[in-house]
Design a protein around this ligand. Structure first.
Ligand SMILES: [Zn+2]
Ligand SMILES: [Zn+2]
Ligand SMILES: [Zn+2]
Length: 281
C-alpha cells in the first residue's frame, strides 16, 4: 500500500487569504497546505481518495492520479467535499462509488443536487453512486473499515485501510499474517472507546493536529500525539494543520515530544502536501 498526502491544511488552506504571517509568507514548500485529503494505492492497482476538497483537481494532477475505484468521505464540510465535481473525467467510463455516512450523503445530495436531477441545461455531471456504509467492505484486495469519531459534536468517519503483506494471505483478518494498516483520522477531537478496536495498532496513522492551542472540534498537536502513542501507531503524521507554526517548528515539536517522554522506535512528524508514505510495496 502506498499513501500520498494530497493536502495537509486546515479549512481555509495555507497561505490564508489576506494573511501575511511568517508561515503564510514562508518560502518552504512544506508550508503550503492545501485542503486535507489522502490518496491510497494498493499493490494490485486499487486507487482510493479520502475526501475531495476544493483543490482536488490540482492535487490529483500533481499526484498523477489517472483513475479511481472509489471516493471515501469523512464528512460534508466544504473543505472535504467541494471538489467532488472534478471527479467527472474519472467517472466517465464507469460510475464512481462515493462512500460515506448517511448524514454525509444526505448533505452531498443537497449540495450537489444537479448531479441527481434528470435534466440539466448543458454542462457535464460526475457519475457517482452514493454508497452508505455500515461496516467494513472490500475494494479489490483492500479492506476498508469506517471508524466513527467525534468532530466536536458532529459524528464523522475516519477510515482504516488494510492490505495483506503477502498476496497469498487475505487482507481481512489472517492471524498468521496480520495485514498492514493505515488509519486516517482528520477533523477529530475525540475517539469513542468503541472505535478503538476498529483502529487497532496501525502501521501508519495520519491524524488531525490543527495547532498547539486547544480547539473545540480538532485535536491539538499534543492531543494527537498522545492519542497516537496510546494506540501504539508506528508512524504518525499530523494533518489539517493551520498557520500558527511552520513545518520545521512542528517537526521540532514532535521530536521534543518523543525525547521528553523517552519514546523510542516511533516516528512522528507533520505531514505536508505531496508526502508519499510507502508501507511494504
Ligand atoms: Zn476540515
Ligand atoms: Zn497566516
Ligand atoms: Zn470539518
Amino acid at each position: 500500500m502506498k499513501l500520498t498526502v494530497l493536502g495537509s491544511g486546515t479549512s481555509h488552506g495555507i497561505p490564508v487569504l489576506g494573511c501575511a504571517c511568517p508561515v503564510c509568507r514562508s518560502s518552504d514548500p512544506r508550508d503550503k497546505r492545501t485542503r486535507a485529503s489522502l490518496f491510497v494505492e494498493g499493490r494490485n492497482g486499487e486507487a482510493l481518495v479520502i475526501d475531495t476538497g476544493p483543490e482536488f483537481r490540482l492535487q490529483a494532477i500533481q499526484a498523477g492520479i489517472m483513475r479511481l475505484d472509489a471516493v471515501l468521505l469523512t464528512h460534508a464540510h466544504a473543505d472535504h467535499l467541494h471538489g467532488l465535481d472534478d471527479v467527472r473525467p474519472l467517472s466517465r467510463d464507469s460510475p464512481l462509488p462515493v462512500y460515506g455516512s448517511r448524514a454525509t450523503l444526505e448533505e452531498l445530495k443537497e449540495r450537489f443536487s444537479y448531479i441527481f436531477r434528470e435534466t440539466q441545461q448543458g454542462g457535464g455531471k460526475p457519475r457517482i453512486i452514493p454508497s452508505e456504509v455500515s461496516g467494513p467492505f472490500d475494494i479489490g484486495r483492500l479492506r476498508v473499515v469506517p471508524v466513527p469519531v467525534k468532530h466536536g459534536n458532529l459524528d464523522i468517519l475516519g477510515w482504516r485501510i488494510d492490505e495483506a503483506r503477502d498476496a497469498s494471505f487475505s487482507a481481512v483478518t489472517d492471524k498468521l499474517c496480520p495485514p498492514e494498516s493505515a488509519v486516517y483520522l482528520t477533523d477529530t477531537s475525540a475517539i469513542p472507546p468503541s472505535s478503538l478496536p476498529l483502529i487497532g495498532r496501525p502501521d501508519v496513522l495520519v491524524i488531525d493536529g490543527l495547532r498547539a492551542r486547544p480547539h473545540e472540534t480538532h485535536f491539538s498537536f499534543e492531543q494527537a500525539l498522545n492519542t497516537a502513542s496510546e494506540m501504539g501507531a508506528k508512524q504518525v503524521f499530523l494533518t489539517h494543520i493551520c498557520h500558527d507554526y511552520s513545518h520545521k517548528e512542528i517537526a521540532d515539536y514532535c521530536q521534543s515530544y518523543l525525547r521528553t517522554r523517552k519514546i523510542e522506535g516511533f516516528f512522528m512528524n507533520p505531514a505536508y502536501d505531496g508526502l508519499k508514505i510507502k508501507l511494504s510495496w
